[in-house]
Design a protein around this ligand. Structure first.
Ligand code: HEM
Length: 409
């Protein structure tokens, strides 16, 4: 009974497909659902149920539709228990705010992440990447690519941009782990959020005292100069926390998983080596193929409505599966399950879609392009230093990737 009309009757409902066959592909259950039940009811681990949306067209329609609210997005009720304990969204919590409030906070931050601004950051990103590659070369293999390259590069970049000290990396790396583990309890999540907020609040106070030429200082100055600015200290703290965590975890996992994917697809790696101008396409295709926001995004219907022919009631949760949408033939590309770095980039949804579409996507692209091309040109003999079957994939985290990636050259 996949379209049970009683939302509390979850006895016979399946859960979200989670069991991957191949580590680079979404769970096989999604392909079947796209064909047979593209909008279907699923049971949530904490009891209750919601809708799972698996087709590209429906996912985009859902994410662009203002009748669906983002307020619950931090709860991830389809993979962990946290809905009841979720507090009201704070000012500046972009991921959880709806229009028009959302846009008021997004607009001032967006200016720092445009194509043009990121273009200006590229030489500095290249320098950071080169320094990490020098350090790897000095140390000699084998090394853990996550600890020695992926995390340092993305953390250094976002630290410099925001004005956070890289010396504090252990603090915020630990907090990211606690926030993103699917086994974290609501209390653990709340505790980690509070610790992160007090860390950033102290920083906001310090920047107000002694401004620098970083993003936090710029936002503080703008807020202080404009009596109508929504950027209160609380909003700045919440925004800073979001940027710090979203800004390093996601891209670091794409670097590690993207590296492994290319090592395991030697024909694709050879094509990139032969023509480094394929870097842009490679990154776009890896983003699509791997879709590391592995459990998708959650929205809540604010009124009774229909989506893709299904009736959805006010208050019901709907999960937009980004990994499934990015493998849907409806995306309009040939053989969407195949990794092909030479194809014309697809209009994928790896960064989401609609008003919440990833604010840091240009930065993520630049970091990925620079890191992947520099890594493979510095170490032409790069290879795994452990059997592929033994690698620790992040099936236990909201953001997919690898806990470690041992490589040598
Ligand atoms: C939002 C993915 C890198 C900052 C999002 C969303 C996705 C996403 C799917 C939409 C969430 C939703 O609609 O509920 C990714 C991926 C990345 C990446 C796959 C790397 C490969 C980054 C970076 C930054 C960043 C580097 C920061 C510099 C944000 C922020 C939002 C966001 C602030 C919230 C936007 C809003 O709600 O208006 N990201 N992201 N992301 N991302 Fe990223």
């Amino acid at each position: 009974p996949t379209d049970s009309t009683d939302p509390t009757d979850t006895v016979d409902l399946p859960g979200l497909p989670r069991e991957r066959g191949c580590p680079f592909d979404p769970a096989p259950g999604y392909a079947h659902l796209r064909e047979s039940a593209p909008i279907t009811r699923i049971a949530f681990p904490s009891g209750g149920s919601g809708w799972l949306v698996t087709r590209y067209e429906d996912v985009r329609a859902l994410l662009a539709d203002p009748r669906f609210s983002s307020r619950l997005s931090a709860a991830a009720p389809h993979v962990r228990t946290a809905v009841a304990a979720l507090p009201e969204p704070l000012p500046g919590a972009l991921l959880r705010l709806d229009e028009p409030e959302h846009a008021r906070y997004r607009r001032p931050v967006m200016r720092a992440f445009t194509v043009k601004r990121v273009q200006q950051l590229r030489p500095r990103i290249q320098q950071i990447v080169d320094e990490r590659l020098d350090a790897m070369e000095r140390a000699g293999g084998p090394v853990d690519l996550v600890a020695e390259l992926a995390l340092p590069v993305t953390s250094l970049v976002i630290c410099e941009l925001l004005g956070v000290s890289y010396d504090d990396r252990e603090t915020f790396h630990g907090l990211a782990g606690r926030l993103l583990a699917i086994e974290s309890s609501p209390e653990e999540g709340q505790q980690a959020r509070a610790e992160l907020a007090s860390f950033i609040a102290a920083l906001v106070a310090a920047k107000r005292e002694k401004p620098d030429d970083d993003l936090l200082s710029t936002l503080i100055a703008e807020a202080d100069a404009d009596p109508d600015s929504p950027l209160t200290d609380i909003a700045l703290t919440v925004l800073g926390s979001l940027l710090l965590i979203a800004g390093h975890e996601t891209t670091a996992n794409m670097i590690a998983l993207g590296t492994l994917t290319l090592l395991e697809h030697p024909d694709q790696l050879a094509a990139l080596r032969e023509d480094p101008a394929l870097a842009d396409r490679t990154v776009e295709e890896l983003l699509r193929h791997l879709t590391i926001i592995q459990f998708g995004l959650v929205r809540m219907a604010t009124e009774d409505l229909t989506l893709g022919g299904r009736s959805i009631r006010a208050g019901e949760y709907v999960v937009a599966s980004l990994p499934s949408a990015n493998r849907d033939p409806g995306l309009g590309i040939e053989d969407p399950d195949r990794l092909d770095i030479t194809r014309t980039p697809a209009a994928h949804v790896a960064f989401g879609y609609g008003p919440h579409q990833c604010l840091g996507q240009q930065l993520a692209r630049a970091e990925l392009q620079i890191t992947l091309t520099s890594l493979f040109s510095r170490f032409p003999g790069l290879r795994l230093a452990a059997p592929a079957e033994s690698l620790p994939f992040r099936d236990d985290m909201l953001i997919y990737g690898l806990h470690q990636l041992p490589v040598t050259w």
